[in-house]
Design a protein around this ligand. Structure first.
Ligand code: SAH
Length: 513
């Protein structure tokens, strides 16, 4: 343990932005990554905690024991205590700390205790949430000012400190924070002080997140609409003619996959890219690795093949993992791509070809059909009788390639370069979401993802939890495995790529909307 008394206390007060984790600033993310202790709020997206150091102490400041809200003085005291113990503390707050965030009070406590701090501004809800609803706060010819107002004045105020007349007379945009409970009073006050009842109003709940909900109406009817639909906090209320622009400028909550929750079951180190594609189309993405990729039990076979690479005429790669582990072992043997100088190279598809590119290798052959059968097919027009072929493979690879190429007369050496293993459990939260029927769709990108999910959950529970969920399989083999395990497959692209799978999902969900 490092001696903390040698470390200097410091507090970063970081605005986390309104929800979309991409809306934290670069500086905020860097400061978060340096902290020993992170104290975070209800409105700061938990996803941001992945930017904290793995060994950082994470403290949720919203609730104590799941019930009572911590009082502000208790949070101030906690900040001071953690800092004085010699920690670098990140105080992560929703939106911006200085906009209805009580950041000023926390700084006062730090000043009183003599603790140095910095403030990293954040995108406040009034700005971020309205942008994601397609509502510009100001617009030439429509309005020239915007005011941020609390819709929740302290209970101890007998007389409102809000300048209702000022807010009501002009045509300026008014954004209320924390105003859902008081909506009937807020709208009544604005109308009583002169805002026309037909003034457009938007309520935006959980803005910038995949859960974003928007309700639009007028000063006259929005409170009643909110009551009828049970519209709840946290939400901001936007009042003004700019709200009409949403009809034209809406861009976020009308994306093709908006409203879907998609479980991605790839190996952890490969899920990111697919998840990002789905997320960019509006899906809420949950990553649920059902495969861990680990080294083989022994490197002997792969190393032996690598030691005699100059004997081979062809190298066949059918996955990014095969490329990764092959070149790792090649480097471990003190060699580089030149050792493949006598080989022609076949890659199963564009992803595998892209994985070869950093090693300076452009495949000679990519089949039209990105799977084992396609590889065998494309080799029919090559003269491979008597040719030696190295095929570094995963431990669960099918025999299609070694068998097919052997039938064409090739001499195939197929060392195991990596293993697929099944993790013991699923990430916390995934099971709960499945049980609560909050997952719309599960994607399977290989037979192992299906088999492993069934193995982790147990077959009965697997079928029970996936009942009513849209099942997407990347290709016919994965789809067959799904069916063998009792699932109906709803989405199956005609090309076996993640891009085609994404298109097929868009197609499916726009038809079912
Ligand atoms: N410091 C925060 C505001 C905290 S006050 C900021 O700068 O954004 C809490 C209020 O912020 C909520 O009641 C709601 O009105 C608003 N708010 C924060 N995040 C929001 C979100 N993602 N969507 C809608 N409103 C949000």
């Amino acid at each position: 343990m490092p001696d903390k008394s040698l470390k200097k206390p410091f507090v970063h007060l970081i605005g986390a932005g309104p929800g979309d984790p991409g809306l934290i600033t670069v500086k905020g993310r860097e400061s978060l990554g340096r902290a020993d202790v992170v104290i975070y709020d209800y409105l700061a997206n938990d996803d941001l905690l992945r930017f904290a150091r793995p060994d950082a102490e994470l403290i949720y400041a919203g609730k104590i024991g799941g019930h009572h809200n911590r009082e502000q003085w208790q949070i101030n005291a906690l900040l001071v205590e953690k800092a004085l113990a010699g920690n670098v503390v990140a105080r992560l707050k929703g939106g911006d700390s200085f906009v209805f965030g009580r950041g000023g009070e926390e700084c006062e406590a730090l000043v009183a205790a003599g603790i140095p701090f910095e403030i990293v501004p954040g995108v406040t809800a009034g700005i971020g949430v309205t942008a994601y609803a397609g509502i510009p706060l100001t617009h030439r010819g429509v309005t020239t000012s915007v005011t941020f107002v609390t819709g929740h004045e302290g209970h101890d105020k007998e007389v409102s400190q809000i300048d209702w007349e000022g807010l009501s007379l002009g045509s300026g945009t008014v954004v209320f924070y924390m105003g859902i409970k008081n909506l009937p009073q807020i709208t009544a006050n604005l109308m009583a002080h002169g805002r026309p009842p037909e003034t457009p109003v938007a309520l935006i709940r959980w803005g910038t997140r995949p859960e974003q909900e928007v309700l639009t109406g007028t000063l006259a009817d929005i409170a009643e609409q909110a009551r009828r639909t049970g519209f709840r906090a946290p939400a901001i209320t936007v009042v003004g003619e700019v709200v009409r622009l949403r009809e034209k400028l809406r861009w976020f909550d009308n994306r093709p996959l908006f409203g879907t929750s998609i479980l991605v079951t790839r190996a952890a180190d490969q899920a990111g890219e697919f998840g990002a594609m789905l997320g960019a189309l509006g899906a809420r993405v949950l990553e649920c690795p059902t495969i861990a990729i680990v080294p083989p039990e022994s490197w002997d076979n792969l190393d032996a093949a690598i030691a005699s690479l100059d004997r081979f005429h062809w190298a066949v790669f059918t996955s990014v993992n095969a490329v990764r582990f092959f070149f790792e072992r090649l480097a471990a043997a003190g060699k580089d791509s030149r050792a493949l100088g006598n080989c022609r190279v076949c890659a199963v598809g564009p992803k595998t070809a892209a994985a070869l590119a950093p090693f300076g290798i452009r495949p000679d052959l990519i089949p039209a059909d990105y799977k084992g059968e396609g590889v065998v097919e494309v080799f029919r027009s090559e003269e491979i009788a008597g040719k030696r072929i190295i095929f570094p493979k995963g431990d669960r690879a099918r025999d299609v390639i070694p068998q097919g190429l052997a039938e064409l007369g090739g001499e195939v050496t197929a060392p195991v370069a990596y293993r697929n293993v099944t993790p013991d459990s699923l990430p916390a939260g995934v099971i709960a979401e499945l049980e609560e029927r909050r997952i719309t769709c599960v994607t399977f990108t290989s037979s192992s993802t299906v088999e492993n999910l069934a193995a982790i959950l147990g077959e009965n529970r697997f079928l029970h939890l996936l009942k009513g969920v849209t099942i997407a399989a990347i290709g016919p083999i994965t789809a067959r495995t799904c069916r063998e395990l009792g699932l109906e497959v709803h989405v199956e692209p005609s090309k076996y790529t993640l891009a085609a799978m994404t298109d097929a999902l868009v197609d499916f969900f726009s038809r079912s909307k």
